[in-house]
Design a protein around this ligand. Structure first.
Ligand code: PGA
Length: 248
């Protein structure tokens, strides 16, 4: 049985002191015995947020990471820094990083490998643009992102990876994919994993949906056969996030 995982992606929101306040507000609302809860926060918020979530069920994630161990990479953050600060998850290959910071599938693959080497759980994002959906190439594109992203990742490591399917046209637009659209692609991603690895790996790997998830849409989305939770942007900064975690 796959455990549901609901992760908040704070993006570039909340100063360190605001972050601690938000954690205090959300703490009681996101308590859950059967859902993994992760707050993926800006790098500068990690240390105070790790402190603020102590004694709760909330795990902390980073929103990005570099694939080198250390050295002359001004402005970057290494996996060891994240681990030492108490981070357990890392979002990799978000569409905003692909678009604004020109991250490629090959970069994301290096990051996935490096994160796993340090026992960080990657939340590896994929998703098509509206143009690609209209051109009917959604699955070709996503298969490519998933295949390259997981290149050289052995099956026993791949089962730890969380894949987040986030159609770009649904991110921050208030336009959630229908449950059918979301399930269709997540089901195809699982098939793709079975092709790369085997059925057992495909059955074990967790696939999230992301893109304008809110308290209203979460129950139907998360009930789909191949959707094991969500990656939530805007609504993760509000009390709504509690209802999303406790969607049942
Ligand atoms: P959204 O963002 O929920 O605000 O659409 C999701 C994401 O980008 O991870």
């Amino acid at each position: 049985m796959r455990r549901t995982i609901v992760a908040g992606n704070w993006k570039m929101n909340k100063t360190p002191s605001e972050a601690v306040k938000l954690v205090e507000t959300l703490k009681p609302l996101v308590a859950s015995d059967d859902v993994d809860v992760v707050f993926c926060v800006p790098a500068i918020d990690i240390v105070p947020v790790v402190e603020a979530v102590k004694g709760t069920n909330i795990k902390v994630g980073a929103e990005n990471m570099y694939y080198e161990e250390s050295g002359a990479y001004t402005g970057e953050i290494s996996p060891a820094m994240l681990v030492d600060a108490g981070v357990e998850y890392v979002v990799l290959g978000h569409s905003e990083r692909r678009e604004y910071f020109k991250e490629t599938d090959a970069d994301i693959n290096k990051k996935v490998l490096k994160a796993l080497e340090h026992n960080l759980i990657p939340i590896m994002c994929c998703g098509e643009s509206l143009e690609q959906r209209e051109q009917g190439v959604t699955m070709d594109f996503i298969r490519q992102q998933v295949k390259i992203g997981l290149q050289n990742v052995p099956a026993e490591q791949a089962v730890k990876v969380v894949i987040a399917y986030e159609p770009i046209w649904a991110i921050g637009t208030g336009k959630t994919a229908t449950t059918e659209q979301a399930q269709e692609v997540c089901g195809e991603i699982r098939k793709c994993i079975a092709e790369i690895y085997d059925d057992a790996t495909a059955a074990a790997i967790r696939i999230q949906y992301g893109g304008s998830v809110n308290a209203k849409t979460a129950p139907d989305l998360f009930a789909q056969e191949d959707i094991d939770g969500g990656l939530v942007g805007g609504a993760s900064l509000k009390e709504d996030f509690g209802s999303i975690v406790n969607y049942k």
